[in-house]
Design a protein around this ligand. Structure first.
Ligand code: SPV
Ligand code: MG
Length: 541
């Protein structure tokens, strides 16, 4: 696809401008600067990625790794500077396979021997491989490529090697005959005269490519008039970065402070943008949060409850021990077995007595003046996204959690089919629920302790699941009470009284659905001393 793009550029643009990159980030900057294509410079890759000279000391695999990085970072085509093809035709064949497979649009192969040295090194006067050998490399490359669009550039160093214009032209023709799609004519003269002469005598339609590093004052229109098709700005980005790094490092080292360089360095936000951090965020949302199977759980254990006094005189209810473990530890074990790994606990009364392995603690400092929903929302980080809420005094079976976790609704609460409680253990204010349903499910129509026998058909057990949207419905329904301070708010006469059931009723009244998962067993709560004794009797160890 990128090869076709490169072909189109060669066909349609008067001059194709190519920027030399040394890594993926510089390739990206080249693209953003408006270049047509990227030159994956062997000089740049050796210098920037390994701090090594441009002399075939990097392997093909290492070079390709960098080129792939560049190609992945940009939409424009990448032309890989493949030096001499890393050896003879056998190396060229493998190289073309690998580069083409990696989606690279084109390659350049030069008539240097293996190993080579960069043509720009002072005093360097390469002995080139003979014409036929280079023609063989080109024809091997052309024979290997799978797509007809893959571009093979043959580069001759004849002028740099001092072999003269005739030899340069003769080699270029031989490489063209071998199938080259373009000829890179390299010169290190300080004027473009050689290039002008070469181009003037190049009668073929095969496009010419130049790298004007050593004759930098030449202008694009001049090159265009000469008939040059592709111009490569090969190493200026690398050299600019060396200048900038030296400058800033020196200044920081001298001043000992970062403030001096801050105005000169690219803001972090720009780096974030360049590397696609905003996409990372939206992908988190699209592919992780949305599909995250296990939500985090929040256990609210902040309140002080009179009904169990004096058992809670020196500790909160959640820390009461039942058969060798605290209530909280039992809850944490169950949730973990059900696949919920992240567990947050909101504490308040005797907060310091609350602990369990691996939990995250939040504290509601206002626990004495606020209710459970307030505590729940204190764990702001946990309740922004999908989460499960469990009352701090409810013990449940793993299967109940698993059943709830299968719900895909925005708000789902677990409801126990109501049974008459024994007279010896009346619960002060059960969370009665009335529901309606059809073949698609069951949902709450009314919830609260005010419901009379005959008005309810179940009891809310204190375990609920909220999606991201459900979490936001909960927050907004609670904030209505907390901000407006208009009471009564459903069954609550003041902020401290606001229960989960009041907020759920508010959500139902707003026309949103609170769905129900129904159970017939698998839970009990510890509200009274009698409940606590029962827990000791019934809890399996
Ligand atoms: C490169 O950028 O690696 C090149 C161009 O091959 S030059 O350095 O001029 O040889
Ligand atoms: Mg090179």
């Amino acid at each position: 696809m990128k090869a076709r793009q490169l072909r189109r550029l060669l066909r349609t643009k008067p001059v194709v401008l190519v920027g030399g990159a040394h890594d993926a980030l510089s390739a990206k900057l080249i693209e953003e600067a408006g270049y047509d294509a990227v030159w994956a410079s062997s000089f740049g890759i050796s210098a920037a990625t390994k701090c090594l000279p441009d002399a075939n000391v990097l392997t093909m695999t290492e070079a390709l790794e960098s080129v792939k990085g560049m190609n992945g970072a940009v939409r424009i085509p990448v032309i890989a500077d493949c030096d001499n093809g890393y050896g003879n035709v056998h190396n060229v064949i493998r190289m073309v396979r690998e580069y083409e497979m990696a989606g690279i649009a084109g390659i350049s192969i030069e008539d240097n021997p293996f190993p080579k040295k960069c043509s720009l090194y002072p005093g360097e006067r390469p002995e080139l491989v003979d014409r036929d050998e280079m023609a063989g490399r080109i024809s091997a490359a052309k024979a290997t490529q799978r797509s007809k669009d893959f571009v093979v550039i043959a580069r001759t160093e004849a002028l740099i090697a001092g072999l003269g214009m005739e030899e340069a032209l003769g080699r270029a023709r031989a490489y063209e005959d071998a199938g080259a799609d373009a000829i890179l004519i390299h010169s290190r003269k300080h004027t473009p005269d050689e290039i002008r002469e070469f181009a003037a005598r190049w009668k073929s339609r095969t496009p010419l490519v130049v790298v004007p590093t050593k004759y930098p004052s030449v202008k694009l229109p001049q090159l265009k008039r000469m008939g040059i098709k592709v111009v490569i700005h090969a190493n200026q980005a690398l050299r600019a970065s060396v200048t900038a790094m030296k400058d800033v490092l020196g200044a920081m080292r001298r001043s000992g402070s970062l403030a001096t360089v801050e105005p000169r360095v690219t803001p972090l936000s720009e780096v974030f943008r360049l590397v696609g951090q905003p996409v990372l965020e939206s992908n988190d949302e699209r592919f992780i949060q949305k599909y995250k199977q296990a939500p985090s759980a929040v256990i609210t254990a902040a309140g002080f409850e009179r009904s169990i006094w004096p058992l809670n005189s020196d500790r909160p209810k959640a820390s009461l021990e039942v058969r060798g473990k605290s209530i909280l530890e039992h809850q944490v074990d169950t949730l973990r077995r059900a696949g919920v790994q992240r567990i947050a606990v909101v504490t308040g009364y005797k907060s310091e007595r609350i602990s369990a392995p691996g939990i995250v603690k939040y504290r509601n400092p206002d626990y004495a003046r606020t209710g459970m929903v307030h505590s729940l929302l204190t764990a702001a980080q946990e309740t922004r996204d999908k989460f499960l809420h469990l009352y701090g005094d409810v013990l449940i079976d793993e299967a109940v959690v698993q059943k709830l976790l299968r719900s895909k609704r925005d708000i789902t609460i677990v409801v126990h089919t109501a049974r008459r409680r024994g007279a010896s253990n009346p619960k002060p204010q059960p969370d009665w629920v009335r529901t309606a349903g059809d073949e698609h499910g069951e949902w709450v129509t009314a919830i609260g302790h005010h419901l009379r026998p005959g008005e309810y058909n179940g009891e809310y057990i204190g375990l609920a699941l909220f999606s991201k949207k459900g979490a936001s419905l909960l927050r907004s329904a609670y904030l209505k009470a907390a901000r407006s301070k208009k009471f009564p708010y459903h069954n609550a006469s003041c902020l401290k009284d606001v229960q989960m059931t009041d907020v759920l009723q508010e959500i139902v009244d707003r026309g949103e659905k609170v769905h129900v998962v129904r159970i017939a067993s698998g839970w009990f709560d510890i509200e009274t001393f009698e409940d606590y004794r029962r827990a000791w009797r019934e809890l399996a160890v």
